[in-house]
Structures are given as structure tokens and as C-alpha cells.
Design a protein around this ligand. Structure first.
Ligand code: GLU
Length: 473
């Protein structure tokens, strides 16, 4: 086996769900690895035992599965790598790049107060005395400057004197994030670190640790965070929700992937719709914008609507079942599923989300007799409406099943209108009311064709038998 030329990773801390910003970071890593013919790995950074939960780990894995961001290889759990972290800390201690700091919590507090705004330096930094006291292992920040080349942020330089001598290993022997992330990325062979720009300064600190360990420094790409539509930091109100919340709003995984990719990445044109293969072909880190992107639900809806148009009918039916079942107040019979599948091409262009798709199918699900009240019953109360329904029924009844098509039905209604010398609305409105109860619906002849003969005659007869024509509001 050859080692892949590019290895990326997504390294979430399991302290909450897979929020939309994290999902986008995962996607950028995923598409870049695909573009380069490399690998994309998932590492769960669960070293903070107090804040990490199994439920959050599961929510992240489920969220990624649903979104279709599939990682290569086994999931790496950071907590299992403690031995490697400790070994690296010892190596740094051995080479003098780290030192034992015996300062107690109180001492640290007064030292910090003394040192003010300058970066932290421990008084034990230059001592060679080994004391029989608990100690942390601190990194010894060297003099000079640290420079990185970031694929998104450009060249960045820090004065090392602004970096704290940070803790690598706590007094209880547990590693800190700063050490664990370097050791794990190195051991996983990560070549490109793509993550939120809240970690930009950590790239400077981590570069120093890589160099002190004599390891290759990975390439960096720090992605600006997502802002709300108003330009402010993303909050729950804006849509800083978990992937499952987008699933429950009725977005397709492919639609959300496409939208999140376009949110903060472009490749020179205004094209919005992308399939996975197209993305993998053109995705580069240089296309990531260095300015924060704003969440835009209209664009998300538009892109999702494009994906609904492209999606196969049976897949759309399967994915919209939870929404349909909610409207239906229970599972759908096979006959109802078949009816909706047959109607799919008329539903697709009218829906931006699966929720809307289900809403467009409401008239197909309605149970007899339909509830016709208020506005939806109005066309049935007009003079002559019920008589028209009866007369039309007489023309529909003789049709054979094989004649029950959109074209034949369109013709039949047109002939009825001509024969009776009436406007289309005189028959169209009461028939639509009787068949749909006012729910959204396509052209009338499609409504008839898709409901099928038995259902149409049944719904018409329910209305004819009732006394809507006479009922007062
Ligand atoms: N675990 C860190 C976080 O969730 C990410 C670390 C990294 O990507 O280097 O913010």
C-alpha cells in the first residue's frame, strides 16, 4: 500500500452536536482529500473528560453519516493516545524544549498578575533542580518569530515573545489539547490541517512544538467562521443548529453539502449547483474565502430545490416519509406510497424542501370524506356547483382505467366546458374544492389523473351527497 499524498482530518470535541460550522469544516477536509486522491479521517478529541459525552460523540457520527461525509479508516479517539502524548512530552523535556514547572495555583495567579500582559514565563524555566513536588511540563518558547503560510489567511508572522510557555502535560499526567493535537496529527500522517480560524493562533504555537520535536509541520488552512444573515456571530436564532435540525427541516444531505460548500468557497463563477463529483474535481483550498460567510436560507432553499429536481422519485419518497407520515398521522399504505411516487414529477418543482414536498402531496393523502369548511367549501356553495359535479361525474364514470390519463381528462373537462358554454372556473373551482379541500395542487387534470378514478369518484360523490350546496356559513 502506498501512503496517500494528502491526509486531512476533522477533529471535533464531543461536547455538543455537529453544528453547521463544524459540518462545513468537515466538508472542506473531505472534498479537499477527494480532490487530491487522498484520505479524510475523523478524530474525536475526547480528552476533556468533564465536557465530553458519548451522546455528543454519537450525535457527531450520526450527523456526518446523514450528511454523507464519510471518513476513511477507523475513528481515532484522542483519549486512547495518552501514551504517545506523554512520550512526546518526555522527549521535549529530554531535549530541553520543555521544562518542569512546580508553581502552585496560587503562585501562578500572582505570577500572572506580576507579568501583566506579557506572555507567561515560569520562574522554574531555567532551574535544573529536581524537586519532590507535583509539576506540570511546560513548553519552552524560543526567542524569535514564527511564520506560517496559510492557504486561506496568507502569510502570518508572530513574535514568539507573545506566546506563553504553555502547559503540555498537567500535574496529573494528562496531556493538554495543544500537545495532543500535534502528536495525533503527526501520528495520523495529517498533511493538511483545515479548521476554523479561531485556531489560527494555535497554528503558531503548534508550529513551535512540531519544530521542537523535529517533525514536519503540516500545511494550514484556517477557515473563517460562519456569520448570521445580519453579519453577527452565528447563534441558534440564526440557524447554528445541529445537522439533524436541517434534516428535520427537510433539506437533502446532497443539497446541504452543496450549500455549505458554496458558503465560503467559490471557484470564480456564479454557478450554484454542484454534484459531489463536480465538487471533488474543482475543490481547492485557495477557493476558500478569507472573509466570514453569511448564512442565507433563501440560497440554501434554492440549492436544495435544485437537488430535489435531480433526485430519483423513490429516493425522494423514502426521504420524505417522516414528513408524509406526520401529515397522514400514521404510516402510509402501499397504495398511498404508489400514488405519491406516481405524482413525484408534479411535486418536485413545487418544493424547496422535503417538508414542502409533503405539503404539496397533502391533497393525495386526504382521507374521505374531506373536511371542507370555511373558505375551502365556498366554491361548492355557488349556484349550480353541485349540479356541475353530478354532470361531470356522469361523464367520468364510463372512462376505462386505461383512459384515465392526464390528456384524456383534460380533454374531457374542456369538452364539458364547451358543451355547457361556461367559463372554466364554474366547473374547475368546485371540482378542485371537492378533490383537494383547498390544499395545494397542480393542474386540475393532473389532480384527477393522480388521484385515480375510484378516489376521484368517491370524493365527488361525498360532496354531492352532502348538503354543502345548501349549507350556510
Ligand atoms: N477539537 C478542536 C475543536 O473542536 C479542533 C482542533 C483542531 O482542529 O485542531 O475546536
Amino acid at each position: 500500500m502506498t501512503t496517500p499524498n494528502v491526509i486531512t482530518r476533522f477533529a471535533p470535541s464531543p461536547t455538543g452536536f455537529l453544528h453547521i460550522g463544524g459540518a462545513r469544516t468537515a466538508l472542506f477536509n473531505y472534498y479537499f482529500a477527494k480532490h487530491m486522491g487522498g484520505e479524510f479521517h475523523l478524530r474525536i478529541e475526547d480528552t476533556d473528560k468533564a465536557r465530553s459525552t458519548d451522546a455528543a460523540t454519537q450525535a457527531i457520527i450520526d450527523g456526518m453519516n446523514w450528511l454523507g461525509v464519510h471518513h476513511d479508516g477507523e475513528i481515532v479517539y484522542q483519549s486512547k493516545n495518552a501514551d504517545a502524548h506523554i512520550e512526546a512530552a518526555q522527549a521535549l523535556l529530554g531535549s530541553g524544549a520543555a521544562y518542569r514547572c512546580y508553581a502552585t495555583a496560587e503562585e501562578l495567579e500572582s505570577l500572572r498578575a506580576e507579568q501583566g500582559d506579557t506572555a507567561f514565563r515560569s520562574p522554574h524555566r531555567d532551574s535544573t533542580n529536581l524537586l519532590d513536588k507535583p509539576y506540570t511540563i511546560r513548553f519552552r518558547v524560543a526567542d524569535g518569530t514564527t511564520r506560517i503560510k496559510d492557504h486561506v489567511q496568507g502569510d502570518i508572522t508572530w513574535e514568539n515573545k507573545n506566546f506563553d510557555d504553555l502547559v503540555l502535560l498537567r500535574a496529573d499526567g494528562t496531556p493538554t489539547y495543544m500537545l495532543a493535537v500535534v502528536v495525533d496529527d503527526h501520528n495520523m500522517g495529517v498533511t493538511h490541517v483545515v479548521r476554523g480560524d479561531d485556531h489560527l493562533i494555535n497554528a503558531g504555537r503548534q508550529t513551535l512544538i512540531y519544530q521542537a520535536l523535529g517533525w514536519d509541520v503540516p500545511e494550514w488552512a484556517h477557515v473563517p467562521l460562519i456569520h448570521g444573515p445580519d453579519g453577527k456571530k452565528l447563534s441558534k436564532r440564526h440557524g447554528a443548529l445541529g445537522a439533524e435540525a436541517y434534516r428535520d427541516m427537510g433539506y437533502l444531505p446532497g443539497g446541504l453539502r452543496n450549500y455549505l460548500l458554496k458558503l465560503g468557497w467559490s471557484h470564480g463563477d456564479e454557478e450554484l449547483f454542484f454534484t459531489d463529483d463536480e465538487i471533488a474535481k474543482v475543490f481547492t483550498l485557495e477557493g476558500i474565502n478569507s472573509a466570514p460567510a453569511r448564512l442565507d436560507f433563501d440560497k440554501m432553499d434554492f440549492i436544495n430545490g435544485q437537488h430535489i429536481l435531480q433526485e430519483a422519485g423513490d429516493s425522494l419518497l423514502a426521504q420524505s416519509l417522516p414528513f408524509l407520515e406526520e401529515l397522514n398521522e400514521g404510516p402510509l399504505s402501499d397504495a398511498l406510497k404508489a400514488r405519491i411516487l406516481a405524482a413525484m414529477e408534479t411535486l418536485k418543482p413545487r418544493a424547496k424542501t422535503l417538508k414542502e414536498l409533503a405539503e404539496q402531496a397533502r391533497y393525495l393523502l386526504a382521507k374521505r370524506p374531506l373536511e371542507l369548511t370555511g373558505k375551502s367549501a365556498k366554491p361548492l356553495k355557488r349556484e349550480g356547483a353541485i349540479d356541475h359535479l353530478s354532470a361531470l361525474t356522469l361523464r367520468l364514470e364510463p372512462l376505462k382505467d386505461t383512459q384515465w390519463s392526464h390528456e384524456t381528462l383534460q380533454e374531457l373537462i374542456q369538452t364539458y366546458v364547451t358543451d355547457n358554454d361556461i367559463g372554466f372556473g364554474k366547473i374547475g373551482q368546485p371540482v378542485r374544492a371537492a378533490l383537494t379541500g383547498g390544499a395545494p395542487s397542480p393542474d386540475l387534470s393532473w389532480v384527477l389523473a393522480l388521484l385515480g378514478k375510484d378516489e376521484v369518484l368517491g370524493r365527488l360523490s361525498d360532496v354531492i351527497k352532502s348538503d354543502y350546496g345548501k349549507k350556510e356559513d
